[in-house]
Design a protein around this ligand. Structure first.
Ligand code: NI
Length: 197
């Protein structure tokens, strides 16, 4: 296992669309293990392979006080409701933004042992699944901001001296194959704080 370097904006790999995994082999399992270690070291509740420079549809997630797990080729099959959340990203250090996410999502995915799963997720897990699958499509939470006023610096900004905080982050340009995300139209907005990867 190894802690990998997390790519930050405006690294173009964050704007590329990741390819489906065709064969779950030892290399994919090693990538997943390294991503879990990287996510835990950060720390974050989720990480997508784009963030470590690999364009494969692999995501790792870990909710507080729960075990980490791996989603390979994840697909959201259902979204319900919208809520306003404050979101950050390991690839956009020093900032958080208020955006809308679904209240509930259903998704299917394959694990690192080729087992097929379906999951129904709410709150932080639903938010993290949407955030990480966005990454696989070259989308950052910044793309969901309705205005620049919805983005703000965190107190930890000074810790990231490789980023110039005198101006807003360079959002990069979404690839032509980046998918737009549609939030559910119904629902009860609520507000929680989460930092997916
Ligand atoms: Ni992220």
């Amino acid at each position: 296992m190894a802690v990998l370097q997390i790519r930050v904006v405006p690294d173009p790999v964050l704007r590329r669309k990741a390819r489906p995994v065709k064969v779950i082999d030892e290399a994919v399992r090693r990538l997943a293990c390294d991503m879990i270690e990287t996510m835990q070291a950060a720390p974050g509740v989720g990480l997508a392979a784009n963030q470590v420079g690999v364009l494969l549809r692999v995501v790792t997630l870990q909710m507080p006080d729960e075990d980490p797990f791996v989603m390979i080729n994840p697909v959201i099959t259902h979204r319900e409701g919208t809520r306003t959340v404050e979101e950050g990203c390991l690839s956009v250090p020093g900032y958080v933004g208020s955006i809308e996410r679904s209240v509930l999502v259903r998704a299917r995915f394959i694990d690192e042992r080729s087992g097929k799963h379906r999951v129904e997720a709410r709150e932080l897990l639903a938010q993290a699944i949407e955030h990480e699958i966005d990454h696989l499509n070259g989308i950052l939470y910044l793309d969901h901001l309705k205005s620049h006023e919805d983005l703000r610096q965190t107190v930890a900004a000074h810790e990231h001296e490789d980023v110039d905080f005198s101006k807003p982050p360079d959002l990069g340009v979404a690839g032509a194959d980046g998918l737009a995300v549609q939030a559910g139209a119904m629902g009860v907005p609520s507000s929680t704080t989460g930092t997916p990867g």
